[in-house]
Design a protein around this ligand. Sequence first.
Ligand SMILES: *[C@@H]1O[C@H](CO)[C@@H](O)[C@H](O)[C@H]1NC(C)=O
Ligand SMILES: *[C@@H]1O[C@H](CO)[C@@H](O)[C@H](O)[C@H]1NC(C)=O
Ligand SMILES: *[C@@H]1O[C@H](CO)[C@@H](O)[C@H](O)[C@H]1NC(C)=O
Ligand SMILES: *[C@@H]1O[C@H](CO)[C@@H](O)[C@H](O)[C@H]1NC(C)=O
Ligand SMILES: *[C@@H]1O[C@H](CO)[C@@H](O)[C@H](O)[C@H]1NC(C)=O
Length: 515
Amino acid sequence: MMMKLISLLLINLVLMNVAVLGVYSSNYFSRDDFPPAFVFGSGTSAYQVEGAASEDGRTPSIWDTYAHAGSAHGATGDVACDEYHKYKEDVQLMVDTGLDAYRFSISWSRLIPNGRGPVNPKGLQYYNNLINELVSHGIQPHVTLHNYDLPQALEDEYGGWVSREIVIDFTFYAEVCFREFGDRVFYWSTVNEPNVYVLGGYDQGFTPPQRCSPPFGVFSCSKGNSSSEPYTAAHNILLAHASAARLYMTKYKDKQHGFIGLSIYVWWLVPLTDTKEDAIATQRAIDFQVGWFLDPLVFGDYPTIMKQNVGSRLPAFTNLESKLVKGSFDFIGIIHYNNMYVRDRSNSLKREYRDYNLDAAIEIIQIQGNSSAFEFPIAPWGLRGVLEYFKQVYGNPPIYIYENGQRMKRNSTLDDISRVKYMHGYIGGVLDALRNGSNTRGYFAWAFMDVFELLDGFGSSYGLYYVDLDDPDLRRYPKQSAKWYSQFLKGESISLDGVIELEKNLSTPSHAYLQ
Ligand SMILES: *[C@@H]1O[C@H](CO)[C@@H](O)[C@H](O)[C@H]1NC(C)=O
Ligand SMILES: *[C@@H]1O[C@H](CO)[C@@H](O)[C@H](O)[C@H]1NC(C)=O
Ligand SMILES: *[C@@H]1O[C@H](CO)[C@@H](O)[C@H](O)[C@H]1NC(C)=O
Ligand SMILES: *[C@@H]1O[C@H](CO)[C@@H](O)[C@H](O)[C@H]1NC(C)=O
Ligand SMILES: *[C@@H]1O[C@H](CO)[C@@H](O)[C@H](O)[C@H]1NC(C)=O
């Protein structure tokens, strides 16, 4: 989804020969190998696909502001894929593809312009229409409430997520959604990948709302404090999540029978060398990345190493808050694309002014395959590692893999064989994890179509469907990955042999590149 962010965090780039083909027990599998209730879907998010940014009463979010400041290479989501007007066509494509479920997000400032106060009837109508269209075609909606798009009005009024006031406004917004849509929506995620959101937005300052302070940050931000705000914002996100989840659990769950959780961005992390220091640093990196959110949710408090390294800049939970946060989820969403090396940087703890990276005292180094650096290495052992870790450390909670997919240059080709290989490898990896006891309940390919991406606008693509931006109708075209996923979803047995044969067939001169 926003992988370039990751490369900005990198200090080093190391070329390694990582096995390109994943290690999974069977090359051959089919959908029948998965439990009958296992859900296969695909996803997008509001600002990335809807367009109609100033139509029917929607007001700007912090993402609109960010894009209009030119931060996504000058591209904006003003039109995006125009799903606001084309949702019926898109739901039909989902039906044709054979999806069980569609993950999308609600634009808070479309539903409640300015973040609080009256509900916008046109916004309500749009989401009712989309949800009804999905449900009437047997596609399960999985809804995220916040995906980088806080109403700008709340950012302006009190600083958005750095203020405790957000807890009340977020809970109110969530309740509108439960009340209006909860009879048809059974899967709710409060906040999408808060661990990346707070680092991009409050430490390095290159994602909305672009807050940071010198000497940190990749841009000069007009506001912020990189030493403290990532921790404050994360704390308020946890409290707002817990508040909304508790409300759902006490007031709606009994009659609506749904489930609530949040999603976390997870790299699988491995030590760069076999030194003891790098091994310890890797556990520290996992605690800072995953434990930051999962420890409070599962155990009621931040990891000890975070409390130790961050000190008073890390907010403390009161007993009541700890009880509220602990156990406030039915499932965890995992967003996983690739694996990284970790190198110990314990010296950074001697610095007087520190941000998250210095507090974590680590260096993250990209593991690169031998395909182009733009594409992710196909290394599903990392996803297996993540699922195994959640099983062993966090008591095997129900998991939805909410994002996983291959990044490619946008519209280079419809023959996205590398994406097909990636999906084959990772879905096979999920099957292996299930066979070893993982409680994973679903897999969602990112993304259903080529969307407006956070950092590089329309420069990269993850979609199963290509969207022709030069066509006033924004026509959608299936890539090989859409066809492959569809075959798999419709029960065909798949193997890498088939993919390799397809690749051979395609490497004849009749290449189907777009004009
Ligand atoms: C950031 O916050 C910390 C902790 O509250 C404080 O000590 C520091 O002076 C602040 N830095 C800036 C640049 O405001
Ligand atoms: C990647 O590198 C390894 C080792 O050099 C080589 O055997 C393999 O064929 C390469 N794979 C690709 C896809 O280039
Ligand atoms: C995509 O292809 C069209 C031609 O079909 C071209 O005009 C456009 O610039 C391409 N976009 C990108 C991002 O490469
Ligand atoms: C399978 O699960 C067992 C028990 O949790 C664990 O010890 C083992 O490492 C797992 N195997 C793999 C390959 O993850
Ligand atoms: C590859 O081409 C051969 C010969 O035209 C055809 O029989 C086969 O089905 C093709 N394989 C795939 C995977 O498209």
